[in-house]
Design a binder for this molecule. Structure first.
Ligand code: CO
Length: 135
């Protein structure tokens, strides 16, 4: 498996509008786009920083993975996402290494990407997302 790039760092927020307006004022940065990703139960905004993104995610409802994360831990770092060339190869490698996979097969992410999450347990307590960009 080869990690190609740091695709994004994701921060869970209660209020996406408010978070975006803070980033606009503090860092003079505008979102590239906003998108509802039903599959993950979030609305996300992507802010381009160099070759990577900052992803702000707001849960669509409290009873969702990100909703429960916010209730338990509050706002903050949610996951780190790496770009991979072939997500199936990467998942097979991680499985062989004994990593606990949240997604055993890839699913649909934003921007037409295919994604899969790797459980924080046994991974330095950090949720990792693998991203394969559309060809
Ligand atoms: Co993400």
């Amino acid at each position: 498996m080869m990690l190609l790039n740091l695709d994004h760092v994701a921060i869970a927020v209660h209020d996406l509008d408010q978070a975006l307006s803070e980033y606009r004022r503090r860092y003079l940065i505008e979102p590239l786009y906003r998108e509802v990703v039903e599959d993950q139960g979030v609305e996300e905004a992507m802010l381009a920083i160099g070759g990577s993104f900052l992803q702000l995610i707001q849960p669509l409802d409290a009873d969702s993975p990100v909703g429960r994360f916010l209730a338990k831990r509050g706002e903050g770092l949610h996951h780190i996402a790496y770009t991979v060339a072939d997500i199936e190869v990467a998942l097979a490698h991680l499985k062989a290494e004994g990593a606990r996979l949240v997604d055993k097969t890839p699913r649909k992410g934003g921007r037409g990407t295919r994604i899969a999450f790797v459980h924080p347990q046994g991974g330095n307590q950090t949720l990792v997302e693998l991203v394969q960009l559309p060809r």
